[in-house]
Design a binder for this molecule. Structure first.
Ligand code: COA
Length: 334
């Protein structure tokens, strides 16, 4: 069996910065409310009329990750792409990125696991690499939330939380079992599928039905029971980290850097306290980008790498929780 090393990281976010004060001009909200509950100060939203989209952002992040890995596009054997905001109902955006990157006829798969999408994608890539099936896999998370948010007071509970952006990783075969991905753990609990969802357009409720229902029908905007998500998130984040540490006979004291899915600064701070981690041991950039769901961990890893926060031999722990519900963790020896 081979082991899997994260060889390259990269990210891309749109230039357009939207501050909390900008939002308070278009809906009834305030910088104070948003910062107090979420820690978010600003986010990036693709500018109206721009050609940018989920796949194009993903392709830009992917190019940076491939360059960072010291590889070329021809070295990549497979693409795993995670998003909850795909360009089309079908096909998935993975193939669009493959075309944008002018890659040969390698396989591309889309993962629909929302905020946990990147953790799931890393785990899937890890299995393909360990077994020897592929040598270099591109894992990408990209989200274009701003196109689907209800940017009025009616939608303020969600609109203030989410941002656009993309992150990418290159996972590569390694022959050194002491380094790289030590474990991945994945979970889901579909009984809570309706707690955080965009329900339409879907085969159960197709476009003519939405048009017929008129303005009353808001099912094509995201819906979230925020408090329920919060309560489950703090429990599941902690369980997933415990599970990863125990599987490797490690403790929280061994963690050099915890990179959580950037859901909410309050959730991260709760987990930080639970594991008695110092500020230096936790990476947060939700303040600048909001929640970018499947992209958030890859963007955070890319920035952590730029800031020299992941050093050779460091123990890096990733964890995510989100819609589905789905959650999981990844333990890495960098
Ligand atoms: N600005 C101002 N007021 C707002 C608001 C906004 N953007 N959004 C909601 N409110 C109002 C509500 O209408 C409500 O008013 P009311 O009491 O008059 O009815 C009040 O603020 C409290 O709303 P509530 O939804 O109970 O707030 P909360 O304290 O639960 O905070 C979240 C909301 C979303 C910040 C919080 O529930 C949360 O962080 N949940 C987890 C979300 C998450 O991480 N999701 C991603 C999945 S990983």
């Amino acid at each position: 069996m081979y082991s899997t090393k994260i060889k390259g990281v990269g990210h891309f976010v749109p230039d357009n910065v939207v501050t909390n004060d900008d939002l308070s001009k278009i809906m009834d909200t305030s910088d104070e409310w948003i910062q107090e509950r979420t820690g978010i100060q600003e986010r990036r939203w693709i500018e109206d009329g721009s050609d940018e989209n989920t796949a194009s952002m993903g392709a830009k992040a992917a190019r940076k990750a491939i360059e960072n890995a010291g590889l070329t596009k021809d070295d990549i054997d497979f693409i795993i792409f995670a998003t909850l905001s795909p360009d089309y109902f079908f096909p998935g955006s993975g193939v669009l990125i493959q075309d944008m990157l002018d890659m040969p006829t390698i396989g591309a798969v889309d993962i629909r696991n929302q905020c946990s999408g990147l953790v799931y994608s890393i785990s899937i890539a890890d299995q393909f690499i360990k077994t020897g099936m592929y040598k270099n896999i591109l894992v990408i998370g990209s989200e274009y939330h701003s196109g689907a948010l209800d940017k009025t007071t009616r939608g303020r509970g969600l609109a203030v939380l989410f941002g656009d952006g993309a992150g990418a990783l290159v996972l590569s075969r390694s022959e050194d079992p002491s380094k790289g991905i030590l474990s991945t753990h994945l979970h889901s609990q579909g009984e809570h599928a309706e707690v955080l969802t965009v329900k339409t357009p879907s085969i159960r409720h197709w476009v003519p039905a939405i048009i017929a229902a008129g303005e009353e029908d808001t099912s094509y905007h995201p819906f979230m029971d925020g408090q329920k998500v919060f309560k489950h998130a703090i429990v599941r984040f902690s369980e997933a980290i415990d599970e990863g540490l125990e599987a490797n006979k490690l403790t929280a004291e061994d963690i050099d850097l915890f990179i959580p899915h950037q859901a909410n600064l309050r959730i991260t701070q709760f987990v930080q306290r639970r594991f008695k981690l110092s500020d230096d041991q936790v990476f947060s950039n939700i303040q600048k980008y909001g929640n970018t769901t499947a992209a958030s961990i890859a963007i955070a890893m890319s920035e952590a790498n730029e800031q020299g926060k992941m050093k050779d031999g460091d123990l890096v722990v990733l964890a995510a929780f989100g819609s589905g519900f789905t959650w999981g963790s990844v333990v890495i020896r960098w």
